[in-house]
Every structure is written in structure tokens, then in C-alpha cells.
Design a protein around this ligand. Sequence first.
Ligand code: PLP
Length: 374
Amino acid sequence: MTKPIAFIDLGAQRAKLGKRIDTAVMNVVDGGAYIMGPEVKTLERQLAEFVGAKHCLSCANGTDALGIVLMAWGIKSGDAIFVPAFTFVATAEVVAWVGATPIFVDVLPDTFNMDPASLERAVATAKTLGLNPSAVMPVDLFGQAADYDAILPIAERHGLKVLADGAQSMGGVWNNKRVGSLAEVTTTSFFPAKPLGCYGDGGAVFCNDDALQALMVSLRVHGQGTDKYDNVRIGLNGRLDTIQAAILIEKLAIFPEELIARQRVAERYNAALGDVATVPTVDRRAASSWAQYTLQTDKRDAVVAACKAAGVPTAIYYPIPLPRQTGYRHYPSVEGGTPVSETLSRRVVSLPMHPYLDEAAQDYIVDTVRKALA
Ligand SMILES: *Cc1c(COP(=O)(O)O)cnc(C)c1O
């Protein structure tokens, strides 16, 4: 290999965008509107249009995005919020922020996403514990939308609000609709390694509800009221930097073609590895944004070691399900536990995945993985 293989090659994207990024950043630097400059509004309008939502609220990161929604909904102590056991910690963290109780729900072994049957059982678990079932937070893991066709009716039957954690699935599709328009509220993250990333932290909330949007606009800036020195509620400093908005406007312009390139990379992996490992299953109703390309194998250690020796970066998302993480052990899981999440945490390994992975590098990765599994 002439150049080292990147897990996510942001340098290649930077080279492609070239002067457009330099110009966008310098316009903000010279313009001086560093906080809530015009690029922020422009980006919000473009993102809302891209996902098909009425409103977009940009914010400081994907965790704040989730937290702002729970604050706006008035989620509080005594409320049970259903979150998958197999996800990034932020999904459950924000529930604890507002004093509510996350209840861990198991996931499906093929899509890695929330198991609707486990959610149904978890509602009963919450009631047994004397908690008030209030909301469900499906996560679109690794870029694929959760099964909203199954989850939304369960939520409706039990009076649960639905907050879709789309931190990994920007650009993903379900039933021909973009992530961002699939649930009453969706959040996303622009952390650099996400499908649509900026050059720092960033996030957004999508919804169609005018009143909710107005509340979140206030929460984003310390709970300010119409008189900005009369803060009418407890909020946070959750704004997106203007520089990050300017960068995202340039990246959004090439995002559709990047999604096509990611799909091409995923299909080549599937074809080349399907006989030696369990390749990712994408529901026929879904198109993934391929935040991660994640294999399952009982010989994970061998794959990781062979890749390391060959200079192929790998990652394990996630090695410890949330119910076993130190800060989260005291929170309840669905009756019967989360065995699928446990199994996945031992079997998953993610391979390099980005739009600029060329065929020669991918063939080298495939060869390395195949040899390890031979
Ligand atoms: C990355 C991520 C978040 C948090 O996003 P940040 O921008 O890093 O705060 C939340 N949920 C999931 C599932 C994520 O992958």
C-alpha cells in the first residue's frame, strides 16, 4: 500500500472541497458574525429542505440536540424513557440529565436497531417499576433507520413521544422518506466522523411543530424570552458556531454524491465478504447512510489482529452495552434483559468506510479480512 488506509478519510474530502472550505471559513472570519451569523440560518433552511421537515434547529452537538428536546417536552423525574441497550452513550445520558429513568431495550440481531417486541415488554417493565412511560428514543444505528413502521404504532398505543436519534443516519431513507421526517422529532450530529460532519462539534433537531420549535429556540440560548435579558426558563448555551455552519453548507452540497459512493463501497464489501462473515442487513424499506460498515463474526479477535498487523484500521462499536457501563448499571433493563445486545457486543467489528475508499484499498482490506477468517 502506498498510503496508509484511513478508517474515515476526511483528508480526501478536504482535498475535493479545496478552496470552497477556505473561502467559506474566511468569509466568516472576516465578516465577524461568529455567533448566529447568517450562515446558521442558511444551513438550517437547507437542512430542513434536505430532510423534508418544516423546522431545523442547529445546535452545538448531537447530545445537546437530544437534551434540548427532552427539556422542551418537560421530561422529568418519574418518567421512563426507552432507549436501546446497544448504542452510543449519549442516547441514555440525556435522559439522566433531566432526572428521568432510561430503560434499556434490546435490539434486533440483523439490523442492530431497537426490537419492537422488546420495546413492548419494556413498557410493562416501566409500569411494574412504578414509572410513567413517557417517550421512546429509537436510534438509527450505523446509518440505517430503525423500524418506524413497527415502533410508531407501539408508541401511539402507549402514549409515548418519539425522539429519533439520527446522529448516525443523516442522509438515510425509510419508505422513500429521509431521516429527519420519520418521527415527530429527529436529532442528528455533525461530529466529524458522522456521515455529514463538520470540523468540530455540531448538531441539529428536526420537527414540524411550530410551538416546539419556538420553545427549543429559547432553550438553545439560556431560555431567553422576548426580552433577551428576561430568561423565562432554564436553558443552555447550545448554539452552532457560524464557522461550522459555513463548513456544513459546503459539505451538504456534495453529500448526495457521497451517499452514493458510500453505498457503492458497502455493496462491494457485501459481495466480497458475505461468505466468510455476517454482513450488515439493510431492510428493504431502508437506505443506509453507512456511518459504519459492521461485520459480525465469532472470530473477531482474529480479524482485529490481522487488520492491525496489515495496517488496516478497525473499530468496535460497541464493546460494552449500556446496561453494563459503570455509570449506567443502576438503571433498569427490560424484563428478561438485553441478550442480543450482549451477543452483538462480542461479535461486531467495523471496517474502514467513507466515500473516498478506492477499490485497491478496499480489495486489500477484503483480502486481509478473508485471510483472517480462512
Ligand atoms: C454521536 C452520537 C450522539 C452524540 O452526538 P455528539 O455530536 O457527539 O454529541 C448521539 N447518539 C448517537 C447514536 C451517536 O452516535
